[in-house]
Design a protein around this ligand. Structure first.
Ligand code: BG6
Ligand code: MG
Length: 220
């Protein structure tokens, strides 16, 4: 295992809850309600694709022009940006700081494969940007998760072949993306239907020793 590629929201920090709050507010403003079960479907999905799914849920897919949809997505992002303004290093999920340090000390490359355009600014706020050897720009991708493109792009940027990489995700679409890329997948609190190579309940369970052991078992 030569690289570990991280999802951001819900893996490194609990911003998944802020995406949920911001989307719920935006949806309510156009008369659409949704719950946490539906929200699972939005995890890992790009801003515009998330909006499309919400509009479909409310049977309002054809009620807005492209410009209006862009406005709605922007409104959601403005709300989200307000919510993340107060993020500090205290908001790292359990175990992530020590896990990043273990990887760095072992000279294992670290990548970010997040669909979020706010990713780099969140890493800065968490004061962990310097750990990352590469960050995929989601604006350059043709397809979002569950397509493998984003995890493949991270491996290409790191110049490491996919089967020497592990990917870590909290969303079904993310696990599908890692598996499709031919990497070892780690699922943090992922839904039952997801099929990660290693399933953990919390980021606190992530240690380099455990990860290497599971990685080796798969590659025997
Ligand atoms: C993913 C989140 O990481 O990024 C999604 O899981 C979010 O919920 C997506 O919609 C896009 O994020 P942003 O910050 O570019 O709107
Ligand atoms: Mg996520």
């Amino acid at each position: 295992m030569k690289a570990v590629i991280f999802d951001l929201d819900g893996v490194i920090t609990d911003t998944a809850k802020y995406h949920f709050i911001a989307w719920k507010k935006l949806a309510a403003s156009i008369g659409i309600q949704f719950d946490e079960t539906f929200n699972e479907q939005l995890k890992g999905i790009s801003r515009m694709d998330s909006l499309q799914r919400i509009l479909k849920l409310g049977n309002r897919l054809n009620d807005f022009t492209i410009e209006e949809k862009e406005k709605l997505a922007e409104q959601k992002n403005n709300e989200y940006v307000k919510l993340i303004a107060a993020i500090t290093p205290q908001d790292l999920l359990p175990g992530i700081a020590s896990f990043l340090k273990e990887l760095k000390d072992s000279k294992i490359k670290i990548g970010l494969a997040s669909a979020s355009k706010n990713g780099p600014s969140i890493l800065e706020r968490l004061q962990i940007a310097s750990y990352f050897d590469t960050i995929v720009d989601p604006g350059q991708l043709k397809k979002g998760k569950p397509d493998p493109e984003i995890f493949r792009a991270a491996a290409i940027q790191l110049k490491i072949i996919p089967n020497e990489c592990a990917g870590i995700e909290d969303a079904l679409a993310g696990i599908q993306s890692i598996n499709g890329a031919g990497m070892f997948s780690v699922g943090v609190g992922v839904p039952l239907e997801a099929q990660p190579d290693w399933r953990v309940k919390s980021t606190g369970d992530l240690t380099l020793g455990e990860l290497k052991m599971h990685f080796r078992q798969k590659n025997l």
